[in-house]
Design a binder for this molecule. Sequence first.
Ligand code: ZN
Length: 294
Amino acid sequence: MRATAADGGVRCMAAVTTNLVAEAVRRHQTSHTVAAALGRTLTGALLLGVGQKEFDRLTVQIASDGPVGGITAEADAHGRVRGYVRHPKADTPLNSNGKLDVRAVVGEGMFYVTYESGYDIGLYREPYRGAVPILSGEIGEDFAYYLIKSEQIPSAVMLGVLLRARESGETFIEAAGGVMIQVMPGADERTVAAIETSVSNTPQTTTLIREGARPVDLLRAALGDVPFEALSEQPVSFVCQCSYERAVSLISSIERNELQSILCEDKGAAMTCHFCNETYRLDEAALESILSGK
Ligand code: ZN
């Protein structure tokens, strides 16, 4: 949900992402700590992109030295997101509060946001890229730090993933979601102060979601007595653009000799998409048909 408060001086976004985070975790078979890190990054990218009409896609890239080795999330303005991490199985012990230690699994490094536009209409414009050092590694704070340092937008960003292990050992995502509140230049100071107080007192996003909160409820909890106006609401999902056809077209771009040797030696080809971990297998017949078309 996208909303506005303080006569347009404050932009608010909220999302419940439980299902899409579960889909990402199922696809990438991550450890619990990486599930939290990836889920927060996917949710943050969605909130950053939602409702912004002036770009086709935005990429959040966390290039860090922790065990996860890096996280990438790509979102559009329509609630679609996909993403992956370098080392899905990486893990760290619980922190001193008995919580998943996202900070430790992420480590130190850089936080990049890239906005790209023009693809859809065949006009490639120079991408906008912002970069800040990783401030905390807890992800929510890193989005807020990026927004103030790179886009000069003071923000509150709350991102959460609540999970547990099923008896089978499989990860069960109980709740995931987030809230992003951005203060535009000239926003009424008293309203902003009221929002700051209310945000600092709001219960954890995932606690509210587990109790059944929808995005509008998350905003109400974050904004307290400050009235807001909902602008739009849309579904969110984990969507990847890869397909068998794209895999075929990639294989088709391989040189004839090399393709011939793949056919002779491997009797087929397999390609795995980084973003969604889907594997596409081209059998002998498919390779022969590509070769005969060359
Ligand atoms: Zn894919």
